[in-house]
Structure formats: C-alpha cells, structure tokens
Design a protein around this ligand. Structure first.
Ligand SMILES: Cc1cc2nc3c(=O)[nH]c(=O)nc-3n(C[C@H](O)[C@H](O)[C@H](O)COP(=O)(O)OP(=O)(O)OC[C@H]3O[C@@H](n4cnc5c(N)ncnc54)[C@H](O)[C@@H]3O)c2cc1C
Length: 486
C-alpha cells in the first residue's frame, strides 16, 4: 500500500481483514494524509483543517467503526446559520416523511424571502421526484441548472452556494450539476438522517490509531517516513516499490493510494504517456481550502459550529466545545445552541475557533495578516463578543491543492481501481467512486481497490457499504424511477 491517507488506510484495513499481510508505506511522519492533525511548534495540536462528515457518508462511518474510532465522531442534528447582521436561522429535521422533513425549519428560515423559498422548493421537488437524477443535467454546471430552474439570485447566493461551495470545494459555475444535485438528494432529501453533521471530538490523527493494529494483527506493518520514488514493473507485473533511500519493498500486489498528480509521477511512464489510459489524469484540476485557527483570551461563541451567509468566512467551528470531554453520565455535550459562554471554552481563560473557507482562490495570494483581518471582521458581525476579545494567537493554513475540482464532465477522467498491470491498483478520492473529493469518496475508493485486488486473486469479497435507504415519498419516487428504467 503506497500512501497512508484515508484511501490507503481503508484499503489496508480491508485487505488485512481478508487475511493479507499489508506493508503500508507513508512518506510523512503521521497517518491520515489530507485529513490529519499535527503539533505546532508551540505545542498546540491542530487539524490541518476542520473535517466534517455527514449522516449519508456510510462507508466512512463503517471505516471508523472497523478501526474503533466510531465513538470519536459526534453527530449534530441542528445546523445554525448567521446572516450579515448576525441573525440566526436553524435547519433541522421534523417528524414529517422525506422529502418534507426539512420543510418546517426551511419555511421559518429568516434569511430567505418567500420568492427564494418557492423557487428552492420547486427545484428540490424536481430532484426528489426524479429519484435524485433529473434529466438533462449531463455535462452542465450547477449554476446553469439553477438558472434553468429559475432560482432567484439571492436563493443561489444564500442557499445553494452556501451549501455546495463547502460540500464540493468549488464555485457553482465550475461544478458539475450532477454532483450538486447528489449533495441535496443524499444529504437533505432521500433520508432523514443524511444531513446530520458528524465532527471528530479528537484531533484527526487520533482516529487512525486502530489501523496500525488491524494491519499488525495480520503480520503486516505501517512504515512512516517511507517515501516511494518509483514502481518497479517486470514482465507486465508489479514487482516492487522503490523508496527514496534506494531500498525496495516487493509484494504480490500494490495499491497506489497517493493524490492523482503524484500517482502520475510514480506510475510507469507508458501508463501515463500521451494516448495512454491514464493520460487524462493530467486534466483533473484542483481547488484550494483555507483554514484559519484563532485563539481568544475569552469565550466568544456558544454554538458548536455556525454557517455564515453573506461573508467570506463560510464555517466557524468552536473547537473548544467540540473537543470537550463527554459529560460523566455518558451524554455528549449538548450539540445545539443554548450552551453558556463559559461552558463553551476549553479552560477558564480562552476559546479556540477554527474558520474554513472553501474554493478560496482569491485568498491564495493574500498575506496571513490580510486573511486574519478579514476573518476578524466577519467574526465581529456574527459573534459580538469577539469585538472585545483579544486574539492571542492565529495560524493560517492554505491547502492550495485541497481537493480535485468537480468541474462538469470530470468523471470521464477518473479511472477505476484496475490498471493495465493486473496486480497494480489505484485508490484515492480522485478515482471513479461517483463521489466528490471527500473522506467518504476516499474510503469508497480504498474499499473498491481492495475488492478488485481480492477478485484478481480469486478471493472475491465485498466491503462497500450501501447508501442510506430512501425513505418516505423519496422511496416511492426512487422505486418508480428504477421501474421505468428496467
Ligand atoms: C483543507 C481540507 C479540508 C477538507 N475538508 C473535508 C471535509 O470537511 N469533509 C470531507 O469529507 N473531506 C474533506 N476534505 C477532503 C478529504 O480530506 C480528502 O478527500 C481525503 O482525505 C483524501 O484521502 P486520500 O487518501 O485519497 O488522499 P490523501 O489524504 O492525500 O492521502 C495520500 C497519502 O499519500 C502519501 N504519499 C504521497 N506521495 C507518497 C509517496 N511518494 N510515498 C509514500 N506516500 C506518499 C501522502 O503523504 C498522503 O498521506 C478536505 C481536504 C482538505 C485538504
């Protein structure tokens, strides 16, 4: 296994479970790839960026359970939004059957006008009634589809863009409509719990401790600081991985689970050359995410997290509250509003917030101080207590190639797990999983690579978990669509 991100880890754990002795080679000193955490020089442990999962991410949930990390993810049922004046609106599920379960809180959502809501409801109904697959969306952008669905400019800006830029890390005019529609179908329409936001209560790297044990239990090993510089192929079969220090690790089979641009550099030249099957990997672009970590001298926020409308900052995470230990009666800290300011701090004196800006193209060239100033202005609008608070420390982490860009038609460039070399397989969020660049997509790719490898060796086994079941009217409409197709 080359690469210890979620794709490599999930594949390694699946193969170990199937009885294989896995050697995982990771170039960094820690596991988790883009979804990891590390210690700053002053001793603070930070995630490279806040990562969230959703209720509809069934394979990621399965992976966390396999490695004993399931109880380290807390799920929140209530999504809080703040507009330019700091006024709050909430989205949460009601007892109504899907797709109506969100309707009551949506109707009360104060940041949208009646005309906005009417348009959004029509578009949602079009998605739901088509079983998540409206016709005529192939190759068009999400923005084109929204205009076709006659969405008002404010509905686009204050609803669709708010959800999708964070979920897909791309602007609406550069997002394939199919991806945008799937986010709403899977998270907000098809099942009541698809939208629930899951947030790790520990630093990201701690989620992967169980992976080493799973691999070691089968006699395998995880080698950190082991950078692979090439792949040795002989007689059309994978033979060995060659490390930077010149040593070799030979194996019966190899899963290459590194980002797509690095995979191109490691694959034999004839597989990625002009006209070869994997040449199109060069066409996959990437988009940036900026994370801003702020430590205040006092509590400034009560909610666990907040989504911002009409601001550059898209999400604020109250890290002090999110990582607070569970209460002694076994209950989680209340995952809603109403927490007192003092309860929302990690200690008597201060509070640690993490802000996220996806598709942050315009922030890439800006200085650390400019970005901090901009975020502080946003905070002053939505968290009045931040105006008086003293900023003790700040860190800005720009991930310039955070995720692959889900631009219209990108799927035709995403390869499956199998390659022209029968014992060499590909994994990574960029492979053809049907999902955008997410932790769920990475785990799916890892499971799919493990399934392909085992099938190739005559030991077929399934790891991929199904989506959440469709519920309510959405189930009826999805069943009708399947019947019409068959
Ligand atoms: C800032 C940011 C925020 C994000 N937020 C979210 C979120 O909230 N929710 C969500 O679902 N997803 C989020 N994502 C996306 C998610 O992190 C990725 O989709 C996922 O982690 C990708 O996993 P991967 O295993 O495919 O790739 P990676 O995590 O990139 O793993 C590849 C691994 O290969 C290693 N490697 C590379 N070259 C070599 C080599 N030559 N030899 C050995 N090892 C090598 C790398 O060090 C790395 O560990 C975010 C991503 C970023 C960057």
């Amino acid at each position: 296994m080359i690469g210890g991100g979620l794709a490599g880890l999930s594949s390694a754990v699946a193969l170990a479970e199937a009885g294989w002795r896995v050697c995982l080679l990771e170039k960094r000193p820690h596991l988790g790839g883009r979804a990891t955490s590390y210690t700053l020089p002053d001793g603070s442990e930070v995630d490279n960026c806040q990562h969230v999962t959703l209720g509809c991410c069934t394979n990621l949930a399965d992976f966390y359970c396999r490695v004993g990390a399931g109880d380290k993810i807390r799920f929140y049922d209530r999504l809080n939004f703040a507009d330019a004046q700091g006024r709050r609106s909430t989205i949460e599920a009601s007892p109504l059957p899907p797709p109506l379960h969100m309707a009551p809180s949506f109707l009360l959502f104060s940041a949208l006008t009646l005309a906005d809501k009417r348009g959004i409801a029509n578009a949602m109904l079009a998605i739901a009634r088509s079983g998540g697959a409206p016709s005529g969306v192939e190759g068009i952008s999400m923005l084109d589809w929204l205009r076709r669905m006659k969405q008002t400019p404010s509905a686009i800006e204050r609803f669709w863009r708010v959800v999708l830029v964070s979920a897909l890390d791309e602007e609406l005019d550069r997002t394939d409509a199919r991806y945008g529609i799937e986010v709403f179908w899977k998270a907000f329409l098809a099942n009541k719990s698809g939208y629930r936001v899951g947030i790790p209560s520990v630093p990201l790297a701690e989620l992967y401790d169980g992976c080493r044990d799973a691999v070691a239990d089968q006699g395998g090993e995880v080698r950190l600081r082991s950078s692979v510089r090439g792949i040795n192929v002989q007689g059309g079969r994978f033979l060995a991985a060659v490390l930077d220090d010149g040593s070799r690790v030979s194996a019966d089979a190899c899963v290459l689970a590194v980002p797509h641009d690095l995979a191109l550099a490691l694959l034999p030249a004839d597989m990625s050359a002009h006209g070869a099957a994997l040449e199109s990997l060069r066409k996959i672009k990437t988009s940036p995410i900026t994370g801003v970590h702020l430590w205040f001298d006092r509590p400034v926020m009560t909610e666990p997290f907040l989504t911002l409308l009409d601001h550059k900052t898209q999400w604020i995470f109250n890290k002090s509250l999110l990582s607070a230990k569970a209460e002694t009666n076994g209950q989680l800290p209340r995952p809603t509003t109403g927490t007192s300011l003092s309860a929302a701090t990690d200690n008597e004196n201060g509070q640690y917030l993490q802000l996220v800006i996806s598709a942050s193209y315009d922030l890439v060239p800006r200085s650390r101080q400019e970005i901090i100033d901009l975020c502080m202005r946003d905070l002053a609008d939505v968290l009045p207590a931040a105006r008086e608070a003293r900023l003790l420390k700040a860190t800005v982490i720009k991930e310039v190639n955070a995720t692959f860009s889900p631009e219209p038609g990108v799927d035709r460039w995403r390869p499956g797990p199998e390659t022209a070399i029968p014992n060499l397989f590909l994994a990574g969020d960029w492979t053809r999983t049907g999902w955008p660049a997410t932790m769920e997509g990475a785990v799916r790719s890892g499971y799919l690579a493990a399934e392909s490898l085992l099938t190739g060796f005559g030991q077929p086994r399934r790891f991929l978990r199904p989506d959440l079941p469709f519920e309510g009217f959405c189930k009826l409409w999805a069943d009708r669509r399947l019947k019409n197709l068959s």
